[in-house]
Design a protein around this ligand. Structure first.
Ligand SMILES: Cc1cc2nc3c(=O)[nH]c(=O)nc-3n(C[C@H](O)[C@H](O)[C@H](O)COP(=O)(O)OP(=O)(O)OC[C@H]3O[C@@H](n4cnc5c(N)ncnc54)[C@H](O)[C@@H]3O)c2cc1C
Length: 390
């Protein structure tokens, strides 16, 4: 029998962010994961911390998360680029949404760019945009590096990692696994898609299902700037910060006419640059039991549109994969307390990298992360936080 202050189930970014902040509070922490290393959603994604695109009412949470990423990067040495994101406006409706957003948030969050400026920023002089924007506060990490490196850093400083061990039940400070029981004052369960197996009633109450996303990694041609993060018109229709702008409905109508194939696959066309190349995606399909196969037509569609924007004539694809994350039909964050000692936390949309440290802060009851925009006194309690951006 082993007892500690805090047990965390799940070594994805949400579990690790919680472990990082708890370790900084001086608590004894154990992390249990069914795998031998982080291989879940947290390594399959773009590594794009899209703070700016989140809705107005979760900007405090987003900024707390941003400060957490900065602290984790400073401590662990992981790459965390503060290069922001670029959004070329290829049409007038896209430009209108960017103009409205820049007026609404101000230049600290969104700076409008001329057609030539945005073309140069994305490395394609023939882009043909009508304008664009730079979102300077967005950050980037390498998803293949971040979670494993944070786990290693924590392990070197005394956080216990129990790998290859499946948690089968959590109640009142006791964590039962296929390798025996562990005990703690507090247990935080961050199982991502594993929620349905561990707490089926919570998963069913929120309509939890799997979202699958077609992704590719291509070699980065020399003309594409290193550290690039690119969002597109489909992102403006998807992230709630942009989608709340008055011009968003005209943008959606325009997209449906111009790009019905992208709309059909629920695309959020994005690119990020990591050490291994350019990450390209994504589409969205929702199911309780998703198809395991990658649809080549979707992968080719996304590749075609991205390489068109970036002026890449002959892309060299190194990898393709089907990313998975937990999605819900009614919320973007499940944060529940099945008993006094247990917290269950699952991000049920594609924004868990962005908000991980902010959510971890809420889970631990507000740890001392110094934020640029501090959390206000009337911030809702953890259970009331409703996130709408994805
Ligand atoms: C293709 C793709 C693109 C994305 N792009 C972005 C993006 O650009 N920006 C962004 O903010 N977010 C993005 N996301 C979403 C983001 O990746 C997720 O929201 C986030 O990684 C969820 O982290 P997590 O720790 O909850 O889950 P995970 O990383 O899946 O970790 C859960 C862990 O729990 C473990 N586990 C589960 N059940 C058990 C059990 N019973 N016992 C022991 N261990 C268990 C698993 O093994 C796993 O290691 C994207 C996701 C995908 C797939």
């Amino acid at each position: 029998m082993s007892t500690t202050d805090l047990i965390i189930t799940g070594s994805g970014i949400l579990g690790l962010a919680t472990a990082f902040l708890a370790h900084r509070q001086g608590r004894r922490v154990r992390v249990i994961d069914r795998c031998a290393r982080p291989v879940g959603s947290s390594v399959q994604n773009f590594g794009h911390a899209c703070f700016t695109g989140q809705a107005d009412d979760i900007q405090d949470l987003a900024m707390t998360s941003r400060a957490g990423w900065q602290q984790a990067a400073a401590a662990t040495g992981i790459w965390a680029a503060e290069t922001g994101s670029y959004i070329p406006a290829m049409t007038e409706p896209e430009l209108r949404v960017l103009q409205e957003f820049a007026d609404h948030r101000g230049p600290d969050q969104a700076r409008l760019l001329g057609a030539e400026e945005v073309a140069s920023a994305v490395g394609n002089p023939n882009l043909g945009a009508v304008g664009g924007a730079h979102l300077p506060q967005d950050m980037r990490v390498d998803p293949r590096e971040a979670a494993p490196a944070i786990a290693r850093w924590l392990a070197d400083r005394g956080v216990e990692f129990t790998w290859n061990t499946t948690v089968t039940e959590v109640a009142d400070g006791t964590v039962s696994t296929n390798r025996g029981q562990f005990h703690a004052e507090q247990v935080v369960v961050c199982p991502g898609l594993g929620l349905s197996a561990l707490f089926p009633s919570i998963a069913e109450a929120h309509g939890v299902r799997t979202c699958t996303l077609v992704m590719s990694l291509i070699e980065r041609p020399r003309h594409i700037p290193t550290g690039l993060a690119l969002l597109t018109g489909t992102s403006l229709a998807r992230y709630d910060g942009f989608a709340a702008m008055p011009g968003a409905s005209a943008l959606r109508e325009d997209l449906a006419q111009r790009e019905p194939e992208l709309v059909d696959v629920i695309a959020n066309l994005m690119v990020t640059d990591i050490a291994d190349g350019l990450l390209i995606g994504d589409s969205h399909a929702y199911s309780l039991s998703p198809e395991p196969f990658i649809d080549e037509t979707i992968a080719d569609l996304l590749l075609d549109r991205v390489t068109g924007i970036l002026g890449i004539d002959a892309p060299v694809v190194s990898q393709r994969w089907l990313g998975h994350y937990a999605d819900s039909t009614d919320t973007n964050l499940i944060l529940e307390h099945p008993d006094e000692r247990t917290t269950v936390a699952v991000v049920t949309s594609g924004i868990g990298m962005t908000l991980s440290f902010g959510i971890a802060d809420r889970i631990l009851g507000g740890s001392p992360i110094e934020t640029a925009a501090s959390v206000t006194a009337d911030t809702p309690t953890s259970d009331e936080v409703v996130m709408s951006g994805r």
